[in-house]
Design a protein around this ligand. Structure first.
Ligand code: DC
Length: 224
């Protein structure tokens, strides 16, 4: 693998992408690019400004006037910023989570996001997670992975994450929300969730985080 590289990790919500990507970034001394955070940040701004989320043109105009970036915090992880404000926590609310599909299905928004993602990857090596990273954004990536897990396991992981964050959730509601999100991700006309033909599939069902990371690392050959 070249000194400057791109590794893509696509897959459905709860497959473990972000946790694995953070680990890989540390091990390979690269940056973790959380592309979902970018769609979430734009959604947060639209909700705050009470912009009609069904209006794709309005969302695209909003994206043009918005600066979404990442800043490194002392523990070395990256926090997403919205017009300079650290919104890493605010973008994880249920309201933002359940409304992000509007920004994600808007072709104009996706075009802008893709441009930003490529610009970030020009400046540094990245482990990038999302839905369209191996198919649309980085078709020439050094390595492409498609991370998957059983639906029930993905629900259990989300429940644990939310529980760890001190949030009380209704299991049936969470299941329904995750099912709906999956359907929207797969069915979107632009940038749908899809395995790239040349992506390596990793099924993390029943695996611990370290085991999944090891499975991925086995494929990565670093030139010394
Ligand atoms: O990975 P996540 O749950 O943070 O993603 C939030 C939303 O953004 C999700 O509905 C899918 C969408 N998304 C996308 O369309 N393309 C990406 N590259 C990343 C996320």
């Amino acid at each position: 693998m070249a000194k400057h590289f791109v590794i893509t990790l696509d897959g459905p919500a709860g497959a473990g992408k972000s946790t694995v990507a953070k680990c890989l970034a540390r091990r390979l001394d690269a940056s973790y690019l959380d592309t979902g955070a970018m769609y979430r940040a734009l959604t947060l701004k639209a909700l705050r400004l009470k912009i009609n989320l069904e209006d794709e043109k309005a969302l695209t105009e909003l994206a043009k006037k918005t600066v979404i970036d990442f800043k490194e915090i002392p523990d070395k992880s990256l926090h997403v910023t919205l017009d300079g404000e650290d919104v890493e926590k605010a973008i994880r609310s249920a309201e933002v989570t359940n409304n992000t599909f509007y920004a994600a299905r808007a072709a104009g928004v996706r075009e802008i996001m893709v441009g930003w993602q490529r610009a970030i990857a020009k400046r540094r090596s990245v482990i990038t997670d999302g839905r369209d990273q191996g198919t649309v954004v980085f078709p020439q990536a050094d390595y492409k992975f498609y991370l998957d897990a059983d639906f029930d396991e993905r629900v259990r992981r989300r429940l644990k994450d939310l529980g760890d964050a001190g949030k009380n959730v209704d299991v049936d509601q969470l299941k329904k929300d995750m099912y709906d999100r999956d359907q929207k991700d797969f069915a979107r006309k632009v940038g749908p969730l899809k395995k790239a033909d040349d992506a390596i599939v990793i099924d993390s069902t029943g695996l611990k985080l370290e085991e999944t990371v090891e499975k991925v690392m086995k494929y990565i050959k670093v030139k010394s």
